[in-house]
Design a protein around this ligand. Structure first.
Ligand SMILES: NC(=O)c1ccc[n+]([C@@H]2O[C@H](COP(=O)([O-])OP(=O)(O)OC[C@H]3O[C@@H](n4cnc5c(N)ncnc54)[C@H](OP(=O)(O)O)[C@@H]3O)[C@@H](O)[C@H]2O)c1
Length: 343
């Protein structure tokens, strides 16, 4: 579809998904410069219609023909889809911003949160990855805090919304809530291994042999890569909660030396994209973070159980800064750095 603005020729693979929908509305909000826009998905979605700006755009199955003439591909589908179209983008020197985990740890793939490491974009090989939706808010808070003192150890527990699993999981929670309200207390799970409504699952993504889940390993490895701190001691437990939108985390950080809460608070306050609340008794919940692009940090306090440790609570909208907003900020950084150019 030819739009009336000058800009890039953009294709969204996964346009019908939860992140794809967020990408379209945020691209519109940010007035991201798009000249033509292709909305692509699987064969199941062929012919569906979606709105962008004031136009209706028909969705097509992704194919080489659909990607002809495209400058920028935003891919938010599955690892399998990324592994199919990533090499095609490389071969044809088309920039792909990939939302999935397929390439994140590859040496020639920048893994970027623009507030931290947009200089890594210079070393792209036509694919740039965005981090997992739990990693992004965490690394922003850690990057702010390490300006005060070097970080020696991090542990985190997450409370992740079902939208992190995608559109089907949003439907599953909503349907289970309706079933329970209609008198069926144990609705049958389909997306998750057990019922998610009125429940909490200490299980996000598949288990590895060491007992951690893939999500927990992604958090550790991605945090190290983005912060360029490959020795950082790190462990997390990822938990799925019956919340629709917004991932929350409780984070424990240990520093090399003594730090004051005031200096950490100041660093968080000064950090772009973070809203820090210094009031001990107030905090932001996922409901309040929904629809926002910031990472909210609160309940920062000293950890009396270790030397030089603190704890805090942190929340972000997983579909926005955890995914689509971060991807659009990367695209904007690629334009600013003239790695991508509007012809
Ligand atoms: N949700 C989050 O908070 C979040 C955050 C960060 C990263 N991510 C990553 O983003 C990706 C998408 O997540 P999501 O939450 O948006 O999932 P989703 O709601 O399930 O959407 C998946 C999208 O992928 C498309 N798709 C599936 N198979 C395809 C194929 N063979 N060819 C082309 N398109 C295909 C689907 O199209 P159809 O409608 O045609 O099936 C749909 O548009 C995943 O890699 C996920 O790990 C998600």
């Amino acid at each position: 579809m030819k739009l009336t603005y000058s800009g890039l020729n953009v294709a969204v693979i996964g346009a019908t998904g939860a992140v794809g929908a967020a990408f379209l509305s945020i691209a519109e909000e940010r007035k991201f410069p798009i000249d033509t826009l292709k909305l692509l998905a699987s064969a199941r979605s062929e012919g569906r219609e979606l709105r962008f700006r004031d136009q209706t755009i028909t969705v097509h199955e992704v194919s080489e023909k659909e990607l002809e003439g495209i400058d920028l591909v935003f891919c938010s589908a599955s690892s399998e889809v990324s592994r199919t179209w990533g090499p095609w983008c490389r071969e044809n020197q088309v920039m792909m911003i990939d939302d999935g985990s397929a390439f994140r740890m590859d040496d020639d793939v920048p893994l970027v949160v623009p507030e931290i490491n947009s200089e890594d974009l210079a070393h792209h090989n036509w694919i740039v990855s965005i981090p997992n939706c739990t990693t992004t808010p965490l690394v922003m808070a850690l990057d702010a805090m390490r300006q005060v003192n070097a970080i020696s150890r991090v542990t985190a527990t997450t409370y992740q919304a079902v939208s992190g699993t995608g559109a089907a999981a949003i439907g599953e929670l909503q349907n289970q809530d309706i079933s329970i309200a209609s008198g069926d207390p144990t609705p049958r799970p389909e997306v998750y291994p057990v019922q998610i409504a009125r429940n909490v699952l200490p299980h996000v993504d598949d288990f590895e042999e060491d007992g951690f889940t893939k999500e927990e390993l992604k958090m550790r490895n991605e945090t190290r890569k983005i912060l360029h701190d490959y020795e950082l001691r790190f462990a997390s437990t990822c938990v799925r909660v019956p919340v629709l939108y917004g991932h929350s985390e409780v984070v424990h950080v240990e520093f090399e030396n003594q730090v004051s809460i005031e200096s950490l608070g100041q660093a968080l306050n000064d950090y772009p994209g973070i809203i820090f609340d210094p009031d001990f008794s107030s905090y932001v919940t996922p409901l309040e973070a929904e629809g926002r692009d910031e990472t909210f940090v609160s309940r920062l306090r000293s950890d009396p159980s270790v030397d030089n440790g603190v704890l805090f609570w942190c929340v972000t909208d997983n579909l926005r800064k955890g995914a689509a907003t971060n991807a659009l900020q990367i695209a904007e950084a690629l334009l600013e750095r003239q790695i991508l150019n509007i012809s």
